[in-house]
Structures are given as C-alpha cells and as structure tokens.
Design a protein. Structure first.
Length: 430
C-alpha cells in the first residue's frame, strides 16, 4: 500500500477524499474523548453521589484529585507517542479507556471510583485528543491545519450527541447508570478498536515517508541527530517562548470550564432559567463547528504561528458583551463567540506546536500542554466557586477573566518574535 504525505495544494473535497481514513481516525478519537470530559461526568453527577453517599463538595474534591493525578501521568504517557507505533499506541489508549469505563460500571468502593475517574480523565480527556492531534499535525505536513480542523469536529459533535442520548438512557428508559458505562466499554472494545485497526492499515508507509522527507530536508546524519535530540518536558519549561505563550493557550479551557461548571449559579445571578442557559450550548457548538471548518485552509496558507494572536479575540469580545448586559443576548453572544474561539484555537494552536518545535518532539510537547490544560480545567471550578461564595457575582468573574486574558495576550506578544523565528522551514506553506 502506497501512502503519500501531502505535497501540493488540494481542494478541500480532494483533501477529504485523499486522507479520509486518517481524518475519520482523528474524528473518532475526539468524539469518544467525551467519555472523559467534565460535561459527560456531569450527566451522572446525581447518580454517582447518591450511590456513594457523596456531597457536592465531596464528589468535587474526589474529581479534582483524580484529575490532577491524571494530569501528572499525561506528561509521561503522552510523550510515548513519539516512540510507539501509532496503531499500537491508539489501541492501548482505547483499551485503557474501555477498562476505566468498565471499572466505573463495577466499582463498589470510593477508592475504585477514584481510579475509574482517574483512568477516564487520563485516557478520555487527555490521551484520546492528544493522539488525534499529534497524528494530524505529524502526518499531514503543510495540510495539518485542515486535518486538525476536521479532527476537532468530533469534540462539538460529542457535546451535541451524548447528553441527549444519556438523558434518554437514564431518564426516559430509566436504565441503571452503571449499565451505561458498561455499554460504553463494550462499544469501545468491539466497535472503535477494530475500526482503528482498519483505518490505520498501511500506516507504516506514512512513518517511512515522514522519515524520508526529514532525511531529504535535513540530510540523513542531521535527521538522525534531530531524532536523537527530542525535547523533554523540563526543557520546554525552561523555554521562554513556551512559558510566555502558555497562559494564552490555557485561557479558553480555563475560563470556559469555570462558566460551564457553574452555569446554574451564573444563570441565577443573571436572572435566567436553566433552560435558557442550556439553550446557549447549541450556539457554542454552532460557533465551534463553523469556525473549525473555516479556519483550517487559512492556517495552511498563512501558517499557524502567525495566527496565534487571533485565537482568543472572539472569546474576549463575548466576555465584554456578557459583562455589559444581563439580557439573554449577553449569554448568547458569549457562548457563540466562545465556541468560535474554540473552533479557531484548536487547529491554530495544535499546528503551532509542530511549526515551532517540529514533528519529532510533538508527542513530548503535546503531552506537557495536555497536562497543563487538564490542571487548568481542574483549578477553574474551585476558583470560580470561591468568587461565587464571596457573592462577587458573574459580572466580577467576567471582568477578572478579561483581566487575565489581557495579561496573557501581552505576555504572548512579548514572545511572538521568538515563536516566528522558531518556525521550521518544513512547516511553512509551499
């Protein structure tokens, strides 16, 4: 089987047709990453607390501890994608996610519940998306922007599909919540796992082509030296450009996790019903889906690193509108523009890491980024909750978020010249 890396511009439809197997692989992984996301756990919140006799704060503390533990593990597990063959690595991740779902379905003690949540957060939220992102950025070359855009569609699709399905399962059909997790485990093992093996048939040819392309561009000896000198997480933490850009990269997941987690309190503060607040999520998904599809070709044409400053601008505008009015328009605008920011940022930021640090160290870079993202999403709920406990209100929280965004934006701009200077020649569009 012959597999060619993208070497010349293709139309969008031509691109989708030529690399459909790899793109479906990426979408499938991001779609199933939902099983480790906070929004999915929230669907079982009441059932889990009733089963184990946990209070809101008790379950929140357990969830925080498991999430932080998974964040520490991702740094090690994520970088292994640089050394393990992709089909084997993806299979291990899927089996780990299925095993964690099965443990969730059968756990009869709070300690087992902790390990179930830990495994779901590690493999679901962390490694499923990590695997899809690294694959698109590494193997699609100058077309990585479009690949990341298509792959990222699985996330908003999951956010749109899974909540009504789980609600139908638990509420309408009144089936046990543990049975839902058992079904998830079975689906992952008997549907997703064989699908991955089918989609990645002949993937060794991509690895060979990637190695040959690196050897041609750098020279065989230099390419071997680059492979041997892969970046380590501790090196990245000492890199000024990485340190300066990360607060900006972490802003959307941190801010949006806080708003989503405390949506009930924010709706009450604004005088909205929960149904009104829930209706805004459709706008979030629409904004994310639309911008994700639009931005991919632009990234391939202009390079991702040049576009980094625009990623949080829609979110900033949405926060401003939300702060200026208590009308439902403010909430609708925030969610729509936050979705647009999410759709823009995922392809741009993930492609940027490949441009700045190269594809050889992409697993190491992405594993550290994923770990820091998981930590930020774990810290957002208690920090937002602390402000709400002190009766500071949604308006104050929004202004605090805008202040954080402004600081992160200025810090990112201070290192932009370093980022642009680091862009490898092989990452620039032809």
């Amino acid at each position: 089987m012959t597999v060619n890396m993208p070497d010349k511009p293709l139309s969008y439809m031509g691109f989708l047709g030529k690399y459909k197997a790899l793109l479906i692989f990426g979408m499938a992984l991001t779609f199933c990453s939902s099983f480790g996301q906070s929004f999915f756990f929230s669907l079982f919140n009441q059932s889990i607390r009733d089963e184990y006799g946990l209070s809101h704060s008790g379950f929140g503390s357990l969830y925080l501890a498991a999430t932080l533990a998974s964040a520490g593990t991702i740094i090690w597990a994520g970088l292994k994608i640089d050394d393990v063959e992709l089909r084997r690595y993806a299979s291990i991740v899927v089996i780990g996610l299925a095993g964690s779902a099965l443990l969730m379905a059968t756990a009869n003690h709070i300690i087992l519940l902790f390990f179930a949540i830990y495994g779901l957060r590690l493999t679901g939220q962390g490694l499923m998306g990590h695997t899809a992102t690294v694959t698109m950025a590494r193997y699609l070359g100058s077309a990585r922007g479009r690949g990341l855009s298509v792959s990222a569609l699985g996330m908003p699709l999951g956010e749109a599909v899974w909540p009504p399905l789980v609600t139908l399962f638990l509420v309408s059909a009144q089936l046990p919540w543990r049975l839902a997790w058992a079904c998830i485990a079975a689906g992952l093992l008997f549907l997703l796992l064989p699908t991955i093996w089918l989609l990645l048939r002949g993937h060794e040819a991509r690895d060979s082509e990637l190695a040959n392309e690196q050897a041609r561009s750098l020279g065989t000896d230099q390419a071997s030296a680059v492979k041997a000198a892969k970046l380590k997480p501790r090196q990245l933490l000492g890199d000024r450009k990485f340190i300066c850009v990360m607060p900006y990269v972490l802003a959307p997941p941190f801010i949006l996790t806080g708003y989503f987690f405390h949506q009930q309190a924010i709706a009450l503060d604004r005088g909205w019903t929960l149904a009104q607040m829930a209706s805004f999520f459709g706008l979030y998904a629409a904004g994310s889906l639309t911008m994700s599809m639009v931005i991919g070709p632009v990234v391939d044409r202009l390079t991702a690193t040049r576009m980094v400053p625009i990623t949080c601008l829609p979110l900033a505008i949405g926060l401003c509108l939300f702060a200026l009015t208590t009308h439902q328009f403010g909430g609708a605008a925030l969610f729509l523009l936050a979705g647009a920011s999410t759709g823009i940022s995922m392809p741009i930021l993930n492609a940027m890491w490949a441009e700045v640090y190269g594809t050889g160290s992409l697993g190491s870079v992405r594993s550290l980024v994923s770990s820091m993202m998981v930590m930020s999403t774990a810290l957002a709920p208690p920090l937002f909750g602390l402000m709400l406990d002190y009766q500071l209100g949604a308006g104050f929280i929004t202004m605090a978020c805008l202040g954080y965004l402004a600081f992160a934006y200025i810090l990112m701009l201070s290192a932009r010249s370093l980022l642009l200077a680091s862009v490898s020649e092989t990452s620039k569009p032809a």
